[in-house]
Design a protein around this ligand. Structure first.
Ligand code: HEC
Ligand code: HEC
Length: 152
């Protein structure tokens, strides 16, 4: 009994993060690229839970210090798509502070080895700039083989 428990625990711990729904879904609407990837990369919906996406999409006029408002039709279309493809596993789906991927518990834990000054380098600018370090971030690929941290 105990061995079984320990074994399943081991399997759980060793499961790669790619098991999470992080890639860009193939049914990505054209409007997502057009409207949500001009100021930053198009974040794969699986990086946040449903509630966070709903919050973001219902406050686009006050979007992290900028106005990212959309016409009603596009807003509705994107909200439905984001919510449908939002994270489902508790770890990724739990409510992130300020609706930020970069403030979620999993993000902070995965990046605990990145020093504070690295986030501020010119080549990085912000933790939200995933593709500065993750070459294939847009595809939702974040494994360590694809990490290149800008030296400046
Ligand atoms: C006019 C520019 C602009 C547009 C358009 C825009 N955003 Fe943003 N977004 C920002 C800025 C600025 C930030 C904060 C970036 C930072 O902290 O480095 C941000 C941050 C975010 C974050 C949080 C990133 C983090 O820190 O984890 C999410 C999620 C996000 N945007 C989603 C969207 C979605 C969805 C759309 C389309 C509906 C969109 N954005 C359109 C400017 C924009
Ligand atoms: C300053 C560079 C940098 C930025 C910017 C950055 N990351 Fe990372 N990320 C790293 C490093 C370094 C690791 C740890 C790699 C390792 O050893 O597994 C990591 C790990 C990860 C992992 C875990 C990978 C795994 O295989 O365990 C995920 C998921 C991830 N990052 C997502 C993101 C997302 C999403 C963003 C943007 C919102 C982002 N990262 C922004 C540097 C960065």
């Amino acid at each position: 009994m105990k061995t079984y428990f320990l074994l399943s625990l081991l399997i759980l711990i060793s499961m790669p993060i790619s098991a999470a729904k992080m890639g860009m879904p193939s049914d990505i609407p054209k409007s997502y690229e057009a409207e949500c990837a001009s100021c930053h990369m198009a974040y794969p919906p699986g990086l946040l839970g449903q509630k966070n996406w709903q919050n973001i999409m219902s406050s686009l006029d006050k979007h992290f210090g900028t106005d990212a408002s959309l016409d009603e039709k596009t807003q509705a279309e994107l909200t439905i798509w984001l919510v449908k493809n939002a994270a489902t596993k508790a770890k990724y789906a739990s409510l992130a502070p300020d609706n930020r991927i970069t403030k979620s518990a999993w993000f902070i834990r995965k990046h605990d080895e990145v020093r504070a000054d690295v986030w501020k380098r010119t080549g990085v600018k912000s933790p939200a700039n995933c593709s500065a370090c993750h070459a294939d971030a847009v595809k939702g690929i974040f494994n360590e083989d694809n990490v290149r941290i800008p030296s400046k």
